[in-house]
Design a protein around this ligand. Sequence first.
Ligand SMILES: Nc1ncnc2c1ncn2[C@@H]1O[C@H](COP(=O)(O)OP(=O)(O)OP(=O)(O)O)[C@@H](O)[C@H]1O
Ligand SMILES: [Mg+2]
Length: 326
Amino acid sequence: MRIAVTGSIATDHLMAFPGRFVDQLLPDQLEHVSLSFLVDSLQVRRGGVAANIAFGLGGLGLAPLLVGAVGPDFAEYEVWLKEHGVDTGSVYVSCEHQTARFMCMTDQDTNQIAAFYAGAMAEAGRIDLRAVHDRAPLDLVLVSPNDPGAMVRHTEQARELGIDFAADPSQQLARLTGDEVRSLVTGARWLFTNEYESALLRERAGWSHQEVLDRVGVWVTTLGAQGVRIDRKNEPAITVGAVPDVRAEDPTGVGDAFRSGFLAAVSWGLPLGTAAQLGCAMSALVLATTGSQAYEIRPAALLATVRTVYGEQAAGLLEAKLGRPA
Ligand SMILES: Nc1ncnc2c1ncn2[C@@H]1O[C@H](COP(=O)(O)OP(=O)(O)OP(=O)(O)O)[C@@H](O)[C@H]1O
Ligand SMILES: [Mg+2]
């Protein structure tokens, strides 16, 4: 099954300032602030929701297509993604703007000064899914956080082309209008939210829980350390607990890794509960590492986690699939 993962592709530049911002800001000079902070560390982390999800799917052997807009600075990141099984042939390269970038400085009090540059992401609406589909026929289009116009266009094109799509509006829900939310969700085979986003989505769309379920195939809501709940129209909800006792290092990217595991398993034809279990096991890997693409997918270790937490049957179902091409 070929999955196109559309959405943001970005890097995070994280700096640590070994002092306190408040000591540098002079209250009577705030009209002409001109400050330079000497930072003592810089970490560049690969991220962006679509790139994170594609990274996870690539590691699970799905050979996903990454669909998003980047700048001419993408070359190194592209090599990394290709090395991890991601097809980058449909990534749009802007000649005007750099790849989206989040720059954040944290001081000793963990106060932060940050900037997000959307850059090339603003051009993602120029991507034509029809051309992507012609190059590599698609079975599923995942619409993850991106330029809002691009999210709506990708969804409309998937509908026109008769390709199943999954709605993953996540953090962009805050910026989307009611019309946009309704358009992204209506007819989705899968809808992904976390618990907060589930409430925000209902509020934005002006729909009840049931009205959302009337319009989607399956609604997957992640519940942080509580795991995940899967809702379907006229069927009882399925709940799956998270992997317990994970030594949490950094939560960045847990939701993205969940989606990789879940979608890989459903593409292998496994039951929803098993898919959620693989999703939770993938999230636990990310949680235990710093960054969202710093984890390694080793099928044996992943199976061992599933066996310990969810039992022999779940591990048996996954054993036949993990690491093999879809
Ligand atoms: N403390 C935890 N221990 C174990 N697993 C966790 C924990 N927190 C999250 N997870 C796993 O990650 C999945 C996704 O978590 P969550 O609902 O917090 O996503 P999210 O809010 O979209 O996160 P983000 O957007 O920061 O990636 C959960 O379903 C669970 O499997
Ligand atoms: Mg999330």
